[in-house]
Write a protein that binds this ligand. Structure first.
Ligand code: ADE
Length: 226
């Protein structure tokens, strides 16, 4: 999968994809992440990318031309399955969307900054608007990192144990069960006997029950009981 990200602050995205599972995905050639500095497409001597908003009001707006030129130059190389804009007024991001996006070949993510981007860019190019939660960040970059990380780990072959993403929280709308490692007793607290029993079917059943219990307690909305 190839993911292109357009940003006015490329340094914010230097680190998130260079470690752990994302690094493995890149090293295995399963994921290519390209960061594009919007400033390169800026206008004039000062490489301007934002301007005052029509109608007045505080905050700058990212201009049409640099974004349009950058997007169209990338579109000469690739046909995107989705052109995503990170914005607090987008669709709330969830595991279902991550699963769907992980099946695509080419994604473009646009990170907004300042007051946002000119509405005409959203109308002309953007096919999906994503919010990572009901709060406002100072830019779309951290949100883009969340989206890329959540998609990257779902690409077949990225995780060592192919099945492990299937047991993540939110797959099947359930939270993940508790997990334990050695020692079997810590500070008088014991690992549940069932996990030491070696009885695969019983362990599966226990995990499912725990998932259900945890979801009922913490996120009843996932069970339609909100
Ligand atoms: N940009 C600013 N806030 C955001 C949010 N909550 N989600 C995605 N992008 C954003």
């Amino acid at each position: 999968m190839r993911i292109d990200i357009i940003t006015a602050v490329p340094s914010l995205l230097e680190s998130p994809f260079g470690h752990s599972i994302m690094k493995r995905a890149k090293d295995k050639g399963l994921l290519e992440v390209n960061i594009h500095d919007l400033r390169t497409w800026g206008i004039g001597r000062h490489k301007q990318i934002d301007d005052y908003q029509f109608g007045g009001g505080a905050g700058m707006v990212m201009m049409c031309e640099p974004l349009a030129n950058c997007i169209e130059s990338l579109q000469k190389e690739v046909t995107y399955d989705e052109i995503i804009f990170m914005t607090p007024d987008g669709h709330r991001y969830d595991q279902k969307t991550a699963n769907r996006l992980s099946l695509y070949q080419n994604l473009l993510i646009i990170c907004g900054h300042y007051k946002g981007i000119d509405e005409r860019i959203r109308e002309k190019y953007v096919t999906l608007e994503i919010s990572i939660g009901d709060y406002v960040l100072s830019g779309g970059e951290l949100g883009a990192a969340v989206v890329v990380d959540s998609i990257g780990r779902l690409i077949p072959g990225v995780l060592n144990d192919e099945t492990s993403a299937l047991f993540d929280s939110f797959q099947d709308d359930l939270l993940a069960p508790p997990v334990y490692t050695r020692p079997a007793e810590f500070d008088g607290m014991k690992v549940p006997d069932i996990l030491l029993s070696g009885h695969a079917k019983k362990i599966d059943d226990w995990r499912y029950e725990q998932s259900l219990k945890r979801t009922e307690e913490r996120r009843p909305d996932l069970l339609g009981e909100g």
